[in-house]
Design a protein around this ligand. Structure first.
Ligand SMILES: Cc1ncc(C[n+]2csc(CCOP(=O)(O)OP(=O)(O)O)c2C)c(N)n1
Length: 384
């Protein structure tokens, strides 16, 4: 048969029946961020949990103001404050079991501390030290990640590996709105969904990636909608409502633990302070916007709920404040002590086996340090 005859014999017909591989409807986020405080749902919230959340929120805010003060005193190189975002931070830590893992970004110091890491050790990296400061295995908290979104594929890898080993572990990974534009975000969500890994992704949409507002970051209807494209549920929650964030994350953690796969949670919140102490936020946003968010403050929201329900009184507020003050005083005192630094330690843990180049550099530094020591000794001898 010639080619022309073949063409003549071809009878076009519609393609084989097509249908979506999964029904997208159950994966779609709600139209509005989910709220608990100030709604009927609040009546069902556990009073003990609300009180624990409150104590941690108050501590968290005080931690932020203290750490920011330490940058001004030259005790901390840089601090990205999470004031305004405490509800996300605290709920993320409290929702996990001891065996679970938290994967934080640089802004998530409050979550790290609320999970039990020493408040001073948590600041090691931000102090400008070469190492992370805390042992990730001790509290199952990965190092604070400065490169955006790189913690996400790590979380997926850990969760997937745990599942293969039969360990009942969930990983909760935190990322900012800007981080969702990173390739790592895409790769992590895709792998997590394909493998049905027990991971919860918490996006704190705080409005900005440094000076870039969300409108310039993405054209997606919401960040939670991104979940649908990967085949996982997307949930939208009021990120300043600690009870709501705790409930939504709790549902996602239980779903993951039961083998239901990953969830993407977008918590809508706001970064009240500048990006870090080195940033001037007045250059890219107005006071009115900040004030509108201050009126939806996570601590005040919970305080109001607790007082209305008779679960918190003036002495209770004072006790929480006092506890936070003590934590801040301890942080201040310990951060004001000179850290013991060994310059030679810079070469440890770079590679499992030291390279020739590192050995050479180490020898150079040792020689310089010894020469300096000799000069100092000679000067001291001369002065005597
Ligand atoms: C891979 C990578 N690219 C760029 C940066 C520089 N950078 C640091 S913070 C930041 C903005 C991140 O914004 P977002 O993810 O919304 O988190 P937020 O700081 O608001 O918590 C950028 C671009 C970085 N740290 N890592």
């Amino acid at each position: 048969m010639t080619v022309m005859e073949q063409r003549g014999a071809y009878r076009p017909s519609p393609p084989p029946a097509w249908q979506p591989r999964t029904d997208p409807a159950p994966l779609l986020p709600d139209a509005e961020p989910y709220r608990v405080l100030g709604t009927e749902a609040a009546g069902k919230a556990d009073p003990d949990l609300l009180r624990r959340l409150y104590a941690q929120l108050v501590r968290g805010r005080r931690y932020n103001t203290q750490a920011t003060a330490l940058t001004k005193q030259g005790r901390l190189a840089v601090y990205p404050s999470s004031t305004g975002q405490e509800a996300c931070e605290v709920a993320a830590a409290l929702v996990l079991e001891e065996r679970d893992w938290l994967f934080p970004s640089y802004r998530d110091t409050l979550a790290v501390v609320a999970r039990g890491v020493d408040p001073v050790e948590t600041l090691t990296l931000l102090r400008g030290d070469w190492h992370n400061g805390y042992d990730p295995h001790a509290h199952r908290v990965a190092p604070l990640s400065t490169p955006l979104a790189t913690q996400l594929p790590h979380a997926v890898g850990l969760a997937h590996a745990a599942r293969l080993k039969g360990d009942d572990v969930v990983a909760l990974a935190m990322v900012g709105d800007g981080g969702t534009s990173e390739g790592d975000f895409h790769e992590a969500l895709n792998f997590a969904a394909v493998w049905q890994a027990p991971v919860v992704f918490l996006v704190q949409n705080n409005g900005f990636a440094i000076s870039v507002p969300l409108a310039k970051q993405t054209a997606a209807p919401s960040l939670a909608h991104k979940a649908v494209g990967y085949g996982m549920p997307g949930r939208l929650v009021d990120g300043n409502d600690a009870a709501a964030v705790h409930e939504v994350l709790g549902d996602a953690v239980r779903h993951a633990r039961a083998g239901g796969g990953p969830t993407l949670v977008e918590a809508v919140t706001y970064r009240i302070e500048a990006h870090t102490n080195a940033d001037d936020a007045t250059r890219y946003r107005g006071d009115a916007e900040v004030e509108a968010w201050r009126a939806h403050d996570p601590i005040r929201l919970l305080e109001q709920e607790l007082t209305t329900r008779g679960l918190l009184d003036e002495p209770g507020v004072e006790a929480a404040r006092q506890d936070a003050e003590e934590m801040a005083a301890d942080l201040r005192e310990r951060m004001n002590q000179e850290p013991e630094l060994d310059p030679m330690a810079l070469f440890d843990h770079v590679y499992a086996e030291t390279t020739a180049q590192l050995r050479e550099q180490r020898a150079l530094l040792r020689a310089e340090l010894e020469a300096e020591q000799e000069r100092n000794d000679a000067q001291e001898g001369g002065a005597r």
